[in-house]
Ligand binder design. Structure first.
Ligand SMILES: NC(=O)C1=CN([C@@H]2O[C@H](COP(=O)(O)OP(=O)(O)OC[C@H]3O[C@@H](n4cnc5c(N)ncnc54)[C@H](OP(=O)(O)O)[C@@H]3O)[C@@H](O)[C@H]2O)C=CC1
Ligand SMILES: O=C(CO)COP(=O)(O)O
Length: 337
């Protein structure tokens, strides 16, 4: 049994805390809201994020970050990308000993262009970090809490740390693989949200299945082009954290990114979409970061560029799709150039 803290009591942090508590670990779930900690401890629910789920009685919550920092030898970071710098920075003030960190967030910090593990190293400082393992793959919280069969990958350059995390999370409904390709896993997980927004848009435009298959496939091509140039293993992008997560996010009604894209495709303005969602839509900020990465690494990412124009330059979704279709002719396979 491990002592584990999960930081962030949204849908994914809560679902993973349930898995860990059910696996017999001494699990403490940190939220920045006292009323949510009280609800979890007293009613064993988290109605805002997982309305139909009863949490196990042995899952305890706290709103005290110092208590959360002291509790564990393993710390799972499950807040959205935009909160990681602040939460890890605060945590670093409250803990002296090293911990094994696991992160499950799917994003890239705009402007700095740091991947999540890089962002954590910068905000935690190296003295606190035993290892950082990224846990990623096709895994909607809504299905994990129903114990529907789900597969994810734990990635770390130190494979022993990835195997330790594999053991912590794995059970009869959550199968965990390992990988050493942190860059490939983090890039695949972050960028699939960009393509899922685009897939939601074409569904909102009622363009049907051909368009969605094209987005998934050509989206994977541009994610792979960038990811390989950043040092990722090309095979990672064909795996769970690449193609697998792209499929689930582009096709599932659970996906926040697909749902937000769908509303945009139906003509709702971005501000209204975000207001209606009430949960994190990582793909919006990641589109900005991915567009910057494409320029930095000189990689063609036409779908990302088109989405960037829709989100940040007032191009209509229909104009963006029309322009994608009449781009210069080219062969399909370009060997990641
Ligand atoms: N949902 C899913 O199925 C999956 C999500 N992920 C990834 O996990 C990460 C978290 O997503 P998810 O759980 O869905 O997000 P949600 O929107 O469901 O929840 C986000 C949680 O983080 C909290 N939070 C936001 N800002 C801060 C802050 N500054 N300090 C402390 N807590 C904060 C929110 O609190 P508040 O209620 O106050 O807003 C909320 O509890 C994302 O990167 C996502 O891509 C990965 C795999 C699956
Ligand atoms: O990453 C996810 C599933 O693997 C969750 O995607 P959404 O944030 O789009 O819901």
């Amino acid at each position: 049994m491990e002592r584990i803290t999960v930081l962030g009591a949204g849908s994914w942090g809560t679902a993973l805390a349930i898995v860990l508590a059910e696996n017999g670990h001494d699990t403490l779930l940190w939220t920045h809201r006292q009323n949510q900690a009280d609800e979890i401890n007293n009613q064993h629910t988290n109605k805002k994020y997982l309305p139909d789920t009863t949490l196990p009685a042995n899952l305890v919550a706290t709103a005290n970050l110092a208590e959360a920092a002291q509790h564990a030898t393993t710390i799972v970071v499950a807040v959205p990308t935009k909160a990681i710098r602040e939460v890890c920075g605060n945590l670093a003030q409250l803990r002296q000993e090293k911990a094994l960190f696991v992160h499950v967030s799917k994003g890239i910090e705009p402007d700095t262009l740091l991947r999540i593990s890089e962002l954590m190293r910068e905000s935690l400082g190296t003295d606190l970090i035993e290892d950082i393992v990224v846990l990623s793959g096709p895994s909607h919280a809504e299905e994990v809490v129903l114990q529907h069969p789900t597969t994810v990958t734990a990635a770390c350059e130190n494979i022993a740390a990835a195997e330790k995390v594999q053991d912590m999370f794995m059970n009869g409904y959550l199968r965990v693989y390992t990988s050493e390709d942190v860059t490939g896993v983090e890039i695949g997980g972050a960028l699939k949200n960009v393509i899922a927004l685009a897939a939601g848009i074409t569904d909102g435009l009622t363009y049907g299945d051909n368009a969605k298959a094209a987005l998934i496939t050509r989206g994977l091509a541009e994610i792979t082009r960038l990811g390989v140039k950043m040092g990722g293993n090309p095979f990672t992008f064909a795996g769970l954290t690449g193609m697998g997560d792209l499929i689930v996010t582009c096709t599932s009604v659970h996906s926040r990114n697909w749902r937000a894209g769908n509303m945009l495709g139906k003509g709702l303005p971005l501000e209204e979409v975000l207001e209606q969602m009430g949960m994190v839509v990582e793909g919006i900020r990641t589109t900005k970061a991915a567009h910057q990465l494409a320029q930095k690494y000189d990689v063609a990412m036409p779908i990302t560029a088109a989405l960037y124009d829709v989100l940040f330059s007032d191009k209509t979704p229909k104009e963006a799709v029309d322009e994608l279709m009449i781009r210069m002719k080219k062969p399909e396979i370009d060997e990641f150039q």
